[in-house]
Design a protein around this ligand. Structure first.
Ligand SMILES: *Cc1c(COP(=O)(O)O)cnc(C)c1O
Length: 406
């Protein structure tokens, strides 16, 4: 049974008021709220267990290590990785993408090509631009149509033996569009031997993820967008690839032996986890996975899809609303503007006065905004604890903004 009030009761923050009104939190694509169970695990770690991992033989160090490794195995199951050592703790999607683009440096040479798409977050654009600067490789960008849908005939055209990397998101953070990654991966495998990187920042909170079935080489996501603390994230990489590629950061934990004559590296996953990790956060990420599984991924998805459909229908009943990606398959996000009325941040400020938190602006996706020739959008994004009443409040707020700004 899916009981929304029971779910909401697990999130203390949802009881607070903002500007004298009950909080309506619709900025989940930026970061989700954290259930009390996750916060308790995080707090328990610091009150009962705090010690550095892997280093000590003392009891607390061993217990902390066990908890973190247990969390790694929960995440392995969550994404169906073949081995737990293919799951690398990072501080988020941004770090994961930078790590991958860095360790691939030696694999690229002048005039090789990297394919991304128009729908990418800046963190899946800039690291590749930096890689291009280091190697002389070129970036090719799959365009979108007026509905925000990727034009895959361009992928066919771009793919060749020069293609060394294809990196796309599974779900766009700005528009919520679900990209056909199965098709993208199949085409890429058929027509090149490129490394395939999937940015799962917006899909991991919503979808069943199966990296083996997907057959990507890398999959990255952030913990804080899926009910876990900030400063947590995951990089999944295939064993043989992670074993072959060089380390990213050098330091403690990632060595097997270290001398001034040279250093040998630790095995996976430690080779890619230099320095003291975010132990409490990483353990709490395991608790967030427990929360998602207890709630049921299908339940979460059904509820969020119903919210999206309702929000879109209600918005379209109003006049002069433009929804970006309206006709595309989407999840979790409705991104819109009030046509002819003000700028998105004005709408955001009016909503905030009513206790409604939405994101406004370019959402770290300036190329998408340039494509639509706009400065930004109003983005409402949903999580499992949002309600239909909250969407009614959003609609009231949008009506009010239309009146005030026209
Ligand atoms: C949020 C987001 C990122 C960046 O994640 P961080 O947690 O800020 O590192 C990258 N890609 C997408 C699609 C995102 O939504």
């Amino acid at each position: 049974m899916f009981d929304i009030q029971e779910i909401r009761s697990q999130f203390t923050i949802l009881n607070r008021e903002v500007n004298g009104k009950p909080l309506v939190y619709l900025d989940n694509a930026a970061t989700s709220q954290k259930p009390d169970s996750v916060l308790k695990v995080w707090n328990d770690y610091y009150t009962e267990l705090n010690a550095n991992v892997h280093r000590g033989i003392h009891t607390l160090s061993q217990l902390a290590t066990e908890e973190m490794e247990l969390s790694r195995r929960k995440i392995q199951k969550f994404i169906n990785a073949k081995h737990d050592f293919e799951v690398i703790f990072t501080k988020g999607t941004t770090e994961g993408l930078n790590l991958i683009s860095y360790i691939l440096t030696q694999k690229l040479k002048k005039d090789d090509e990297i394919i991304i798409s128009y729908l990418e977050h800046h963190s899946n654009i800039v690291p590749w631009q930096l890689l291009c600067e280091r190697t002389g490789a070129k970036l090719r960008v799959i365009p979108i149509d007026e509905n925000g849908i990727l034009q895959l005939n361009y992928l066919d055209e771009f793919l060749s033996e020069k293609t060394k990397v294809v990196s796309v998101n599974q779900v766009s953070n700005a528009l919520g569009i679900v990209n056909p990654i199965e098709e993208i991966i199949a085409k890429t495998r058929k027509n090149s031997d490129a490394y395939i990187v999937i940015d799962g920042a917006q899909s991991a909170p919503h979808f069943e993820i199966d990296v083996q079935k997907m057959d990507c080489d890398f999959f990255v996501f952030s913990g804080h967008k899926m009910y876990a603390p900030m400063g947590t994230g995951i990089l999944y990489g295939k064993q043989e690839i992670l074993e072959e590629l060089p380390p990213f950061h050098g330091g403690g934990e990632m060595i097997a032996t270290c001398s001034f004559d040279g250093t040998t590296y630790a095995g996976l996953p430690f080779k890619y986890e230099a320095g003291t990790p975010n132990v409490g956060g990483n353990i709490a990420l395991g608790a967030a996975v427990d929360f998602i599984e207890k709630t049921g991924r299908q339940n979460i998805q059904n509820h969020e899809n119903a919210l999206l459909e309702y929000a879109q229908r209600k918005l379209l009943e109003l006049e002069n609303i433009k929804i970006y990606g309206e006709k595309a398959k989407r999840t979790g996000v409705v991104s819109f503007n009030l046509e002819g009325v003000g700028i998105s941040s004005d709408v955001g400020m009016i909503l905030d006065k009513m206790g409604i938190a939405v994101r406004t602006g370019h959402h770290c996706t300036q190329p998408i905004m340039s494509f639509f020739n706009i400065a930004g959008t109003v983005r409402a994004s949903f999580a499992v604890y949002n309600t239909f009443e909250e969407i009614d409040k959003l609609i009231e707020g949008v009506k009010k903004a239309q009146k005030m700004l026209s």
